[in-house]
Unconditional design. Structure first.
Length: 190
């Protein structure tokens, strides 16, 4: 009489392979955080007065549904947005059409002219995400370049390489002042 060949129970193997598959899917897709890192300001005090901002201290950046850029009421170019923003915030020639400066005593820097400039960004609801990110990157890069220039000038190294107290001084001298309005239907520019 021939012996019967024993069968291997493959049911538990399928369960184990399924669990391994799920494990690898979960662990490989968890680290893909992306987005714009910004620290949001605290909520405004409802009893506080609304500050009066001089119009010359606001750089209006609008992006319409066709991804066309308007900078202070004129057609803009994404390739020049960074330089325009740097010029607006730094106002090296004290131009009356660019942002004002206020002398402040900053620990580690001494008396430094801090820009009162605010970048007002407004997007159309139809603006593409790619254009939105591109504009955000250019505005952030402008601030970062100004910080790098000041850090090299005052401390002889890049902003990213500074000590904590030096970093805080540079951040006070060149704050990130980007105000983003709620998206709305701005319309198209042909």
């Amino acid at each position: 009489m021939a012996r019967k060949t024993p069968e291997i129970n493959a049911g538990s193997m399928a369960d184990i392979s399924f669990l391994l598959l799920i494990f690898f899917i979960v662990t490989t897709t968890m680290d893909t955080d992306s987005g714009i890192s910004r620290r949001l300001p605290p909520p405004p005090d409802p009893n506080a007065d609304v500050p009066i901002i001089n119009e010359r201290n606001v750089l209006n950046v609008l992006v319409n549904k066709n991804d066309r850029l308007m900078v202070d009421g004129r057609l803009g170019d994404i390739n020049t947005l960074r330089e325009e923003t740097k010029k607006f915030l730094s106002n090296p020639t004290n131009d009356i059409n660019l942002s004002e400066k206020k002398e402040q005593n900053i620990p580690g820097l001494g008396v430094y002219p801090v820009s009162k400039g605010i970048i007002s960004l407004k997007n159309d609801r139809g603006t593409s995400y790619a254009m939105y990110i591109h504009v955000q990157n250019e505005l952030t890069a402008a601030v970062n370049e100004l910080r790098d220039e000041l850090a090299k000038n005052k401390f002889g190294k890049k902003f990213a390489d500074l000590e904590k107290t030096e970093t805080e001084a540079i951040q006070k001298a060149i704050p990130v002042s980007i105000s983003e309005a709620e998206p709305e239907d701005i319309g198209g520019t042909k």
